[in-house]
Design a protein around this ligand. Structure first.
Ligand code: SAM
Length: 256
């Protein structure tokens, strides 16, 4: 079994405790698929107060994370020679998506530097950072949640992480489509029935219904994704129908 190692540099290591104990990431850690080391930057700070931040040169609001503690934490890591990447979480970075998650999942080791306050001293970026990643066009208080988002998305792609027959390949964004809707028991809830076709046991029809629902969802919510999607002849005919104002309700497909 190949282990993926994450080293996380943060001033709030406790934020990772529950994330690394519960759910799919918790199971991956227990099974040894994921090896996560959380380094508390205060352990690499100097002075009686173990300070990790200071005021910005040139004045202005807020504090900046000092380069010293981050540099010493980096030095303490025994990095693997190959397939290792140092990432700075930053709203100014490349936007994270499923394609990037796949790329990262092929690495052996990822180092995640979590900023706080106004961010990290620029020299951290110049000396250590190989890639900057943003989780979206909004500003969070720190890089810890973005680090967990990346670890979670990457962990799901590691062979064996999801267990059993479950595959991440059906998820939204795989094949550039959003996923079809899901139903479970009860069969009728608040007057709303599970589409008949899902109860039919006819696997080919169910597959076809799900494909159409995935196409419809993507068409309605994220039409931009269709441009990159891997579409067959039937898909194109179905989409043509939607564009022409074709069947819009779930029921119309149970009958299709
Ligand atoms: N002053 C910075 C700027 O305008 O670019 C924002 C600093 S933010 C308050 C503090 C830290 O949170 C950042 O250094 C980064 O590590 C993290 N962060 C905030 N938003 C993020 C995002 N969208 N993606 C990734 N990291 C983010």
């Amino acid at each position: 079994m190949i282990t993926m190692r994450f080293n996380v540099l943060t001033i709030f290591p406790e934020m990772f405790s529950a994330f690394l104990k519960e759910g799919i990431t918790g199971r991956a850690v227990k099974s040894g698929l994921l090896d996560v080391r959380v380094l508390n930057l205060r352990d690499y700070a100097r002075g009686a107060h173990k300070t990790t931040d200071d005021r910005p040169y040139g004045g202005g609001n807020g504090m900046v994370m000092m380069p010293g503690p981050i540099s010493r934490a980096m030095d303490s890591l025994e990095r693997r020679a190959e397939k290792s990447l140092v990432i700075l979480l930053s709203p100014q970075g490349e936007r994270f998506n499923q394609k990037l998650a796949w790329e990262l999942s092929s690495l052996n080791e990822i180092i995640l530097i979590c900023g706080r306050y106004e961010g990290v001293d620029e020299r951290v970026r110049l000396l250590f950072v190989e890639k900057e990643i943003s989780v979206g066009d909004y500003v969070l208080s720190g890089g810890e949640l973005p680090a967990m988002i990346i670890m979670d998305a990457v962990c799901r792609l590691l062979p064996g992480a999801l267990g059993g027959e479950r595959s991440s390949l059906e998820d939204s964004f795989e094949g550039s489509l959003l996923e079809y809707p899901h139903y479970t028991r009860p069969r009728v809830f608040e007057g709303l029935e599970v589409p008949e076709i899902l109860l039919s046991g006819d696997h080919a029809s169910i597959r076809s219904w799900r494909r159409k629902e995935a196409l419809r969802r993507t068409f309605e919510r994220r039409p931009d994704l269709l441009e990159k999607a891997d579409l067959g002849k039937d898909d194109l005919i179905f989409l043509e129908g939607l564009r022409a104002g074709g069947p819009g309700s779930l029921e119309s497909f149970t009958a299709a």
